[in-house]
Design a protein around this ligand. Structure first.
Ligand code: AR6
Length: 170
């Protein structure tokens, strides 16, 4: 499994699954969530509504999978990151769960290539350096599986891009 860091818009990349930093309603929002729904079209929202009708809201740290609609990816895996607020270990655990549960869902669906945004580091205000460390550690727990071949950390801003690049060469 290769880990790659790129700086781009996650809606443009050609992988089996992209991950969305959603909220518990799964009904869309701003940031990366807004971009995914806008470019992916209404099919994604329709499927999100079906998921909600079946299982209720998506809890923080959990993940669900839908079509990617008009995007180049096949699937969108929606996960809900924690809001940082006062921070703490529990928040850090919940952020790790986002990556772990998204990877588990990817494995269950035969995904070979997956791209993650920097979950919780926008509107939810998680400190970027801590978030990068958590993301990388969580993904590294999957090194021994053989289904997923490539994991992309898609950074939108240069600060995250540099943090991930530096942490991965450590
Ligand atoms: N491609 C890749 N990364 C992006 C893109 C994009 N098109 N747009 C933003 N980012 P955020 P959160 C980066 O705020 O902090 C929504 O309203 C952004 O620079 O999208 O988890 C949801 O509905 C940042 O590094 O998500 C929730 O209510 C990262 O994506 C709430 O925001 C995450 O920023 C979730 O907040």
């Amino acid at each position: 499994m290769k880990l790659k860091v790129i700086q781009t818009d996650i809606t443009t990349i050609n992988v089996d699954a992209i991950v969305n930093a959603a909220n518990t309603s799964l009904l869309g929002g701003s940031g990366v969530d807004g971009a995914i729904h806008r470019k992916g079209g209404p099919q994604i929202l329709e499927e999100c509504k079906r998921v909600i009708a079946k299982q209720g809201k998506c809890k923080v740290g959990e993940a669900v999978i839908t079509t990617a609609g008009n995007l180049p990816a096949h699937y969108v895996i929606h996960t809900v990151g924690p809001v940082w607020n006062q921070g703490g270990k529990e928040k850090q655990k919940l952020l790790a769960n986002c990556y772990i549960n998204a990877m588990q869902l990817a494995l269950n669906n035969g995904v070979k290539t997956i791209a993650f945004p920097n979950i919780s580091t926008g509107i939810y205000r998680f400190p970027k350096e801590i978030a990068a460390e958590i993301a990388i550690n969580a993904i590294q727990q999957f090194v021994t599986q053989e289904t997923i071949k490539e994991v992309y950390f898609v950074c939108f801003d240069i600060e995250n891009f540099e943090l991930y690049t530096n942490q991965l060469v450590k």
